[in-house]
Design a binder for this molecule. Structure first.
Ligand code: SF4
Length: 489
């Protein structure tokens, strides 16, 4: 918390938003605002807003320009088939779904709204691909009418400030309707999107250079880390990050390289990449400043791990010498002068537990593999272990005792690991429940923090003193898992 602000002190929202208006003047303008200002056309604002979901602004701007060159009105959009639309909007995130929404849009506008974009929220949300956030944005930017568009930045930053205490964007919208002065309803989105992209970023906000540093209570914020190992940080620790991306091609379309820049890892381990290296965009296969290593599954679109390292490895080991696991691309080990870095994607025992036996065999084989390495030098093992170890590591332990990932057999294996002295590094620094790394995509589980901690960094017993800190980077979106981190010297 800022030393100048106690929790009891009222948060002066008007003062803060006025400061931000000045502050973001030179920041990047969100693409939908730009289109609104340039066109004053609700149809273009609507289409750009649909395209912008889960897509970087540069990608949205180019896709919108290609599309508007052919279809500047509902009538011209109606002349394009879905396949053409896919080609025009690619590579925006979820481009197939968005092409389907756009293909259906002209017909619905014609039938229900005389080919005009409606301005009421309840009408807008009947359009394909339009949720409450999009509807509010179109109403505000397309029509200049009172609306509060709450996206991830508005929801996140309003909670960081403690101006609202909410767990979902919808709750934030409702809370803001109650208390935010109406003169800020329309502009709060563009202010906080620009500020959230430029300064108060989801990963490592730049509090050190923030104009609000003396006013912001920084609730739940992990301040930006200076990049270890390259910034002369006293500990000299390397920042190691592990992330199950649940499809590297999918996350590539959601700003993967930007996220990597923000995270500033020294070594980044990815699991479930679901791709061969040659299927990846060049910018993802080779990230400037990193050596990249891939161990993909033989089966296309399945499993697979990748590791990016700022220091080239002395030696690389693909797999653990057991064909059953090696052909599924489950373990990739980099050897450095003073430690091994083992990136693992543990098998899932499956809903019907039909792979529990296989998972047990994997656990045994991996255990032998890393014990062998630990006889030579330090070992760091990270990845998606596909198991929550204790009742503290998932939101609903009682309901899951017989479920994959929390069976007594799987937990027992984790016990045996810990009993032999291997260290769950996150628990060195945090004993509290409620810290998770995976949430189901269903029922808004992530917003409600109904999750599981199944991604770990372990180190061998002799390397306890080499760990400097560990954390879970829950702010990072893009997958159903978030990254976990270890600072290791
Ligand atoms: S950057 Fe830091 S100080 Fe500024 S608003 Fe965000 S959390 Fe607060």
């Amino acid at each position: 918390m800022s030393p100048l602000l106690s929790k009891e002190m009222p948060f002066d929202i008007e003062k803060v938003l006025q400061i931000l208006e000045e502050e973001v003047r030179n920041f990047h303008v969100p693409v939908v605002d730009l289109i609104a200002v340039q066109t004053h056309d609700p149809f273009k604002v609507l289409v750009a807003t649909i395209l912008s979901a889960r897509t970087r602004d540069e990608v949205t701007a180019k896709a919108a320009a290609r599309l508007f060159a052919k279809a500047p009105t509902p009538q011209t959009l109606a002349a394009l088939d879905e396949e053409t639309l896919r080609q025009l909007v690619f590579p925006v995130g979820f481009y197939k779904n968005k092409a389907r929404y756009l293909a259906a849009l002209p017909d619905i506008l014609e039938k229900n709204f005389a080919s005009q974009v409606p301005c009421e929220i309840e009408q807008l949300i009947t359009l394909p691909g339009v949720g409450r956030k999009t509807a509010n944005l179109v109403r505000a930017q397309g029509f200049g009418k009172s609306a509060i568009c709450v996206d991830t930045h508005v929801h996140r930053i309003m909670n960081i400030w403690g101006y609202v205490q909410t767990t979902s964007p919808l709750q934030t919208e409702m809370a803001l309707r109650e208390k935010l002065p109406e003169q800020y309803w329309i502009k709060v989105n563009s202010l906080l999107v620009a500020f959230g992209q430029g300064r108060c970023r989801p990963v490592g906000p730049h509090c050190d250079s923030c104009v609000l540093s003396n006013l912001c209570p920084r609730i739940g914020v992990t301040p930006r880390k200076m990049t270890p190992g390259r910034s002369g940080q006293q500990s000299g620790a390397k920042r190691l990050i592990s992330w199950n991306v649940n499809g590297l091609r999918a996350v590539a379309a959601k700003g993967f390289t930007e996220i990597v820049k923000e995270l500033a890892p020294d070594i980044l381990a990815l699991q479930e990449i679901k791709a061969l290296p040659e299927q990846l965009p060049d910018s993802v296969r080779e990230i400037a400043g990193f050596s990249s290593y891939f161990h993909s599954a033989l089966k296309k679109g399945y499993s697979g791990v990748a590791t990016y390292s700022r220091i080239a490895a002395d030696k690389v080991y693909y797999g653990i010498g057991d064909q059953r696991f090696d052909e599924e691309g489950r373990v990739l080990t980099l050897e450095f002068s003073d430690f091994y870095f083992v990136n693992c994607y543990f098998p899932n025992s499956r809903h019907d537990l039909s792979r529990l036996g296989l998972k047990h065999d994997f656990n045994q084989a991996l255990h032998e593999f890393v014990e062998d390495l630990a006889r030579k030098k330090s070992v760091v093992i990270c990845g998606d272990f596909n198991v929550a170890h204790t009742e503290k590591d998932l939101a609903n332990p009682e309901a899951n005792v017989k479920n994959a990932g929390f069976t007594p057999e799987e937990r027992k294996w984790m016990d045996s690991y810990v009993e032999r002295g291997w260290i769950d590094t996150f628990r060195q620094y945090n004993q509290e429940p409620g810290h998770y790394s995976w949430w189901s995509y269903r029922s808004g589980a992530r917003a409600r923090n109904i999750g599981w901690r199944i991604d770990y960094f372990f180190v061998d017993p002799a390397s306890r003193s080499r760990t400097v800190g560990a954390e879970i980077l829950t702010n990072v979106q893009g997958s159903d898992h978030c990254p976990v981190a270890l600072d290791f010297k």
